[in-house]
Ligand binder design. Structure first.
Ligand SMILES: Cc1ncc(COP(=O)(O)O)c(C=O)c1O
Length: 391
């Protein structure tokens, strides 16, 4: 196919293949989002009707104001804003609650961007270790809070833990963690980068003061999009409006929200996120089916002797870490194409996603595959294993 311009190929991976790439699966656009991208592609396309009081989340055409309210309701939180990715949400919260030299408690497999948000504030991040099942428990959160208090004389200013982590795709007991935080009086940020938009997330039930989501990871939206939702108490802090005034001009900037720098996502990515939302709101209701499908896959995958699933079993999320060192990894040792033989075999069967050459430990994400695609994926693994005399 002709490139769009030299150096930019047409990307047709979602149309041509079953894509099980771990971070792409739930960000795949809906048809509505694709239409929105084309229609709202011009720079400040949502600004036609930006009327007084001049703020993105107040625009009614397109209905950004209603969407912002819907997002808060969807997450059962009091207020929400669209931001440029989950990482920006972390930064907004850290900037608002944490001072230089203070501590934020994260998980030992927390996302790097959270650590960077803390570091960029001049604050410190400390980690809660995983237990032997690769889970962050509420007991370990409590004991780390105690040890930080003992060492530094003060409590962490924020606890930020993933609902589902990016390393194993394990589901962590965040309601209990949130309860512990509440008991200590520490705000709790629930990182729902893998869950907001794929499975039901009820912020209040999970004892969260903040819920963070990623549009491009889990809400069928283009980058850079994300969501920051907060309780009323904390919304007043993170969505505070500007107070300063120009010393020469005397200018003030009304109701612009300081940490959001006024407006956040101002064009096609925002409208595409909105355009996918009706389907996203519906699809979270089918989560049980998604979980059933990934468990079907892991059962079939484990029929190949030597294959391992490194994530918790049975699966509670579609992001899954597998290990084929003893099977396809062994074949790769003598194969002239090394590990590429395996990803080539998958791609011959219409499947892409594992990084090229992967035959040891790697992640896949079955989110959004139909039953027939899941069966094809499972059968393809078995078929390749048969071809190389592994079963
Ligand atoms: C657990 C987790 N949190 C946060 C992020 C960052 O999300 P975003 O790209 O929306 O900033 C990621 C991205 O990989 C992630 O896996």
């Amino acid at each position: 196919m002709e490139p769009i311009i030299p150096g930019i190929q047409v990307r047709s991976r979602e149309e041509d293949y079953i894509n099980i790439q771990p971070i792409q699966a739930a960000g795949r656009l809906t048809l509505e989002a694709r239409k929105a991208l084309i229609s709202y592609g011009d720079g400040y396309s949502v600004c036609d009707f930006c009327l007084r009081p001049f703020r993105l989340d107040k625009i009614h055409k397109p209905a950004i104001n209603q969407f912002t309210l819907d997002l808060a309701e969807f997450l059962n939180m009091d207020e929400a804003r669209v931001v440029r990715g989950a990482r920006r949400a972390f930064q907004i919260v850290v900037n608002s609650l944490v001072e230089k030299g203070e501590t934020v408690l994260v998980s030992s497999i927390g996302h790097y961007s959270l650590a960077l948000a803390v570091e960029s504030r001049g604050a410190l991040w400390r980690e809660v270790p995983l237990n032997e099942e690769n889970i962050v428990t509420s007991e370990d959160v409590a004991s780390k809070i105690d040890s930080i208090k003992k060492e530094s004389g003060s409590l962490p200013k924020l606890v930020a833990i993933h609902h589902v982590d990016y390393q194993f795709g394990n589901l962590h007991p965040v309601a209990e963690i949130g309860k512990v935080c509440r008991d200590y009086g520490i705000p709790f940020l629930l990182n729902g980068a893998y869950t907001v938009g794929t499975m039901p997330v009820d912020g209040k039930k999970l004892n969260a003061d903040f819920v963070v989501g990623s549009g491009h990871k889990s809400m069928a939206a283009p980058a850079p999009t994300g969501v920051l939702a907060a309780t009323e108490e904390y919304a007043a802090k993170v969505f505070r409006t500007t107070k300063a005034e120009g010393d020469v001009s005397g200018r003030k900037f009304g109701i612009k929200e300081t940490e959001l720098l006024g407006c956040t996502v101002m064009g096609a990515p925002l409208v595409a996120l909105m355009a996918s939302f009706p389907k996203v709101r519906e699809r979270v209701k089918n989560w049980d089916d998604e979980v059933e499908k990934v468990n079907y896959f892991t059962q079939e995958f484990l029929k190949i002797p030597g294959n391992k699933v490194l994530s918790e079993l049975p699966r509670k999320h579609t992001l899954t870490k597998v290990d084929t060192t003893e099977t396809f990894g062994k074949v790769s040792e003598t194969h002239k194409k090394k590990g590429y033989f395996f990803t080539n075999e998958l791609s011959k069967r219409g499947i892409v996603g594992p990084f090229p050459g992967a035959t040891h430990a790697y992640k896949i994400n079955t989110y959004g595959l139909s039953w027939s695609q899941i069966k094809h994926l499972s059968e393809s693994y078995l078929d390749i294993a048969r071809e190389y005399d592994l079963i």
